[in-house]
Ligand binder design. Structure first.
Ligand code: URA
Length: 285
């Protein structure tokens, strides 16, 4: 039986969807899929081969150079429904063959509502060749103003945490799950995260890390799909598939949380000691 259209009979249309198994709204704004769609968007340009990301300080780990990551081979030129922002994000991210291309793609992407109120797109900071990747939650006010992650109070504590294991921004790389500041620093909604995640996943592929440190529950939830609470997940190694290899992932406490709960710094210290050992073992391998 054909579905009643929302315009003819909205209640029956809703009942029809529920009967068909839909039990969740995935967007905050309704998409009318019954009206004629606009012509397909122009195909996203085919990726160029991977190029070195930026000029950076010497890499921290051997083998230092990340494996060049070509844009996904054999992928047909994507055509994207402009109302399908997640599909657009995926196509743009997939087509990026280098970090500068990914940054440009993100800056040109208007599918995440957070961008409208943000001053800047916050991409990353540090050494992309270091292969040690810290992932936080989202930019705050200072990050939004400067266009760099972790440059406010939490960032200063993150610098100290990194220094405790002999890392700094020339020997590690930092990004966030979310690239635009959520208003009033609220937690990003699942929809906002869904818009940023294709870019983050491609970001991880291009950096090709040997160790990933997830800062806080939001990063663990969106990168690893785990919602069981940071106090449960922190301090235990997880694994994330990067370009076909399983990469060690350490969830730990977010520096902003540690500013509020300094008594828990000792837990983060323990987690970072495990990270230091992992880096040492990778260096020796
Ligand atoms: N908190 C984060 O998670 N990321 C930042 O960049 C700043 C604060």
């Amino acid at each position: 039986m054909a579905a009643p259209t929302p315009l003819e009979d909205p209640l029956s249309a809703l009942a029809w969807l529920v009967e068909a198994g839909a039990d969740e709204a995935i967007g905050e704004v309704p998409v009318d899929r019954f009206v004629a769609r606009p012509a397909a968007a122009p195909a996203v340009a085919q990726p160029r081969p991977a190029a070195a990301a930026t000029t950076v300080a010497p890499a921290a780990l051997k083998p230092a150079a990340p494996r060049p990551v070509a844009a996904r081979p054999g992928a047909p030129a994507p055509t994207v429904d402009p109302s399908d922002n997640i599909g657009t994000a995926q196509a743009l991210a997939r087509a990026a063959g280098s970090l500068p291309e990914l940054k440009a793609a993100l800056e040109g992407f208007d599918g995440c509502a957070l961008k409208q109120r943000a001053t800047t797109t916050v991409f990353a900071d540090g050494n992309p060749l270091s292969r040690i990747l810290f992932i936080g939650e989202a930019p705050g006010r200072d990050e939004d103003a400067r266009g760099l992650p972790f440059v406010g109070r939490a960032g200063k504590l993150l610098d100290k945490m990194m220094a405790a294991i002999k890392l700094d921004r020339s020997s590690a790389y930092i990004t966030n799950v979310i690239n635009w500041r959520p208003p009033d620093n609220r937690e990003p909604s699942p929809e906002e995260a869904a818009m940023c995640l294709p870019f983050l996943r491609r970001h991880i592929e291009l950096v090709n890390p040997v160790v990933i440190i997830l800062l806080g529950a939001v990063a663990v939830r969106h990168v690893m799909g785990r919602s069981d609470g940071i106090m449960k997940t922190r301090g235990r190694w997880l694994e994330y598939n990067v370009n076909g290899d399983m990469v060690a992932v350490m969830p730990t406490l977010h520096p902003a949380y540690l500013l509020r709960q300094p008594a828990h710094k000792k837990l983060a210290w323990r987690d970072l000691q495990a990270v230091a050992q992992k880096i040492e073992s990778v260096r020796k391998a």
